[in-house]
Design a protein around this ligand. Structure first.
Ligand code: FUB
Length: 461
């Protein structure tokens, strides 16, 4: 998929960002992921980054025939690094379809990934759990070799309360919960069905078969002393609503609509998290070119809680949240750290050995834009180094300020390296890059075939 970016409104904001302070005017871009269709986002703050785990809608999809889950992360909310497919249906040997909406939670240094999948034996939907021992981006392995729970319902959300008790909620069309054991992969108490009433989950007006506005996609968290249950409501199309309660098991009180329906897809799927002192609402829509109900895309908005703890109405935007921190060009950055791009694709860097990705499918005129790069005072960087590989003749990486037609501050030549995974570091001089600016890597070369692959880059003073 090679959708064209950026949109006109974003061009204007991008221009402003070169003139005005980063914190005020440099914005991200929604949808935040533009190289693949993503759905069902689940944010997790780990270390100094926000990770978003997503489902993956196939190009041209006409159903929810989903096969893998991906991870993306950002330190600044504007530039997002793709970590690739961190888990696939193959992880669960007992499952045969429907890699649907999951959530990763961290406990005692382990990461647990709860997902709904179809049980091959029963052909019903079940919840599986996989675990990763050291890295938030996996590898994730099936924790128990079978369903954690199975009642034909979907969309697990897991929350660890202050006293250490973990709860898993899930459901469509009902809402269920169970208290998990400390090992996070079993439970001892009863599975409980939440009583859905108009008072607890809002009145239903579109479907007499449903008791309340609750539809699916629950997201449980706690802020101050209040527990929040956010969920997709009404169907279809869905909006996003929420309820609150005094404990992780309720009783729940309906609090209203957060994100009304906007066009382009049937479903929505919320996640809420705080990161670097701000609150973020993560969801999906159909806003990418070619997007729709089965080709969805993850987007993010920042918001501020009302003084009473209620959540304000949040609208979808094309601009996304403000960039919260500039990007350091003097440390090595993965080339798949992207604010927007044209053309290029990501793939696993098979020679790198650590599961990371590289950029491929680079053609003449393609580009990657990275936002808010802190070059610093005069004279700024004097050289640029990139790790590249190509089995053909190579090409050039133009370093352009602000946009793909902005001033060139350096040009690196990429030679034939001997193979698409035979990596070489190439360097070139840089001058004229100072302050905090957006930077575009614009790729040029002759011929109509792919030019080269691109793994990482770094500036030096
Ligand atoms: O992506 C498949 C399903 O669509 C999810 O499990 C639901 O939340 C809805 O977004």
């Amino acid at each position: 998929m090679k959708p064209s970016y950026p949109w006109p409104a974003t061009l204007a904001l991008s221009y402003l960002s070169t003139l005005l302070p980063l914190a005020d005017f440099t914005r991200a871009l929604n949808p935040i992921i533009q190289k693949i269709y993503t759905a069902d986002p689940a944010p997790l703050v780990h270390g100094d980054r926000m990770y978003i785990f997503t489902g993956h809608d196939e190009d041209n999809s006409t159903t929810y025939d989903m096969h893998d889950w991906h991870a993306f992360s950002s330190a600044d909310m504007a530039n997002w690094r793709h970590h690739g497919a961190v888990m696939t249906l193959d992880t669960f040997t007992w499952a045969d379809a429907n890699a649907w909406a999951g959530q990763v939670v961290e406990r005692n240094g382990l990461f647990y990934y709860y997902v709904p999948v179809r049980n091959a034996a029963t052909q019903g939907m079940a919840i599986g759990v996989a675990v990763s021992e050291g890295s938030v981006t996996g590898p994730y392995v099936d924790a128990i070799g079978g369903p954690l729970v199975e009642n034909g319902q979907i969309d697990p959300t897991v929350f660890v309360d202050d006293d250490g008790q973990a709860y898993m909620y899930w459901g469509n069309p009902d809402l269920w919960y169970v208290a998990l054991s400390d090992d996070m992969m079993s439970y001892s108490g009863n599975i409980t069905q939440v009583e859905l009433t108009a008072e607890s989950f809002g009145p239903r007006y579109d479907n007499p078969d449903r008791a309340t506005a609750f539809e699916e996609a629950p997201w449980l968290y706690k802020r101050d002393d209040l527990y929040y249950m956010v969920y997709a409501g009404i169907c279809c199309p869905e909006d996003v609503r929420y309820s609150t309660g005094p404990t992780a098991t309720g009783p729940w009180t309906y609090r209203g609509v957060i994100m009304p329906y906007e066009g382009g897809r049937f479903t929505n799927h919320p996640g809420i998290v705080d990161f670097m002192g701000r609150s973020y609402f993560v969801y999906h829509n159909g806003a990418l070119p070619g997007g729709g109900g089965f080709t969805r895309s993850v987007a993010v908005e920042s918001f501020v809680y009302n003084a009473d703890g209620s959540i304000p109405a949040i609208a979808m935007t094309a601009e996304g949240p403000a960039q919260v921190e500039s990007l350091d060009p003097y440390v090595r950055q993965q080339a798949e750290t992207i604010a927007s791009s044209e053309g290029i694709e990501t793939e696993e860097c098979s020679a790198c050995g650590d599961g990371r990705l590289n950029i491929w499918s680079i053609n003449n005129g393609d580009y990657i834009k990275v936002k808010g790069m802190a070059f610093g005072d005069e004279p700024g960087p004097t050289s640029f180094t990139a790790s590249v590989a190509t089995d053909l003749d190579g090409g050039r990486i133009e370093l352009r300020l602000d946009s793909e037609t902005g001033p060139v501050v350096g040009t690196c030549t990429v030679p034939h390296t001997g193979g698409w995974q035979v990596w070489t570091a190439v360097s070139c001089p840089v001058s004229g890059a100072t302050g905090t600016r957006d930077l575009v890597f614009r790729f040029t070369g002759e011929g109509s075939l792919d030019l080269f692959n691109f793994d990482w880059w770094q500036f030096a003073r």
